[in-house]
Design a protein around this ligand. Structure first.
Ligand SMILES: *Cc1c(COP(=O)(O)O)cnc(C)c1O
Length: 385
């Protein structure tokens, strides 16, 4: 199957061999183990089918992995039972006792928990930085720094890091780089091509795209992925074959979904900038974003998750805004078909008012419906114009 086009690749890559019965959709190989014809074969650790035990490898899961490795431009990808499973395997496979890690401080909170609460137990320390400039990374590096952990754009404040600049710095010092690429997806950002060593994803989000599975993936060079494979096999965060099958289904439409998410997200975000009650919209695709230029350099498109800061108001007003939304349901996660909202007060109230930050995920609904919903929500909170 020769095509340079990602959508054709996502549909057909890895499926050159006919599926049983000529089925268009691959089977779910829902088995925990694979048997051998005789004990000699098992002792030689050779299985004619190439599989032994689903924790170590499964044909359905490997099909998802082949597709993801291709679109990330990586030698190899390995799926895990969650994004956190993937991140934990990637990080734990790269650090040793006495090592130092540099990470951005706005990474996904459970990722920070791994670094702040677990790694110190094994003698690995972490320095957290804003990470707006390459110099900041340079200054944070110590002689024992072995890992730089990135998430760009970060999924709450939408801060960016300079992938190429940081990769160059890390390579010169023999430091491994990992980036969480869940927000942009490999369709819009290709960290491996910019020199980043390992890419991790919460495949729960855009990659699967239907809010029906929890999944993760790590992708990178053969040498590093061998270490990640060993960690995955030891810690055991296997992706269930049925979830892998749903992930394959999601990947087939990633390209069309991302185009629509991008368009809807930018339309709603730029409209929100003009609305009363809105102080600031944090979306890397808006001209107003302080790192807009960096985003244009290293991404070819944008995800549809962003945050909105309301002008300081009483908590009741913020509650009225979010509780009156009908199409945006209140919930964590993102990346599925449906729009979502989540929010927090940003600090203690002054004279009864404080700013609130709402993270909006723009789903695949019609953007006019979403804007109408947000408009009535803002009116409930701040009154009509
Ligand atoms: C959700 C998320 C994760 C964790 O993924 P799970 O599949 O929930 O374990 C990691 N990084 C980012 C940016 C996320 O949004």
């Amino acid at each position: 199957m020769n095509s340079d086009h990602l959508n054709t690749q996502l549909l057909h890559w890895g499926e050159e061999e006919e599926h049983p019965f000529g089925a268009v959709v691959p089977p779910i190989v829902q088995t925990s183990l694979f048997t051998y014809p005789d004990i000699q074969a098992r002792l030689r650790e050779f299985n004619p089918h190439g599989y032994d035990y689903t924790r170590s490898g499964n044909p359905t899961t490997e099909l998802a992995e082949r597709k993801i490795a291709l679109i990330e431009g990586a030698d190899r990808a390995l799926c895990c039972g969650s994004g956190m499973g993937a991140i934990t395997c990637a990080v734990m496979a790269m650090v040793n006792q006495g090592d130092h890690v540099v990470s951005i401080k706005t990474a996904y909170p459970p990722t920070l928990r791994l670094m702040n609460e677990y790694l110190p137990r094994y003698g690995v320390t972490t320095t957290l930085i804003d990470g707006f400039t390459v110099e900041e990374f340079e200054q944070a590096c110590q002689p024992n720094t072995r890992l730089i952990y990135l998430e760009t754009p970060s999924s709450m404040f939408f801060h960016l890091q300079d992938l190429k600049g940081i990769a160059d710095l890390a390579k010169a010092r023999d430091i491994v780089t990992i980036v969480d690429n869940s927000w942009a997806t490999p369709l819009f950002q290709k960290p491996v091509a910019l020199g980043i060593d390992l890419v991790v994803h919460s495949a729960t989000k855009y990659m699967s795209g239907h809010s029906d599975i929890i999944a993760g993936v790590v992708a990178g060079s053969s040498a590093l992925m061998e270490r990640v494979n060993h960690a995955r096999n030891t810690f055991g965060p296997t992706l269930d074959p049925f979830a892998a099958w749903l992930l394959i289904r999601g990947l087939r439409t990633l390209d069309v979904r991302m185009e629509r998410h991008q368009k809807n997200g930018l339309q709603v975000a730029s409209w929100l900038e003009t609305q009363p009650g809105v102080k600031q919209v944090n979306h890397p695709g808006l001209n107003s974003h302080p790192q807009y230029e960096l985003g244009r350099q290293q991404m070819s498109g944008y995800g549809s998750l962003f945050s909105v800061e309301l002008t300081p108001c009483a908590d009741e007003q913020a509650h009225a805004f979010v509780n009156s939304l009908r199409l945006f349901r209140i919930g964590c996660s993102w990346g599925g078909f449906e729009s979502l909202v989540l929010g927090w007060p940003m600090r203690e109230p002054e004279a009864g008012k404080r700013p609130w930050l709402f993270r909006l995920f723009i789903g695949l609904e019609h953007p006019e419906d979403l804007m109408r919903d947000l408009e009535q929500g803002l009116q409930k909170a701040f009154g009509s114009r």
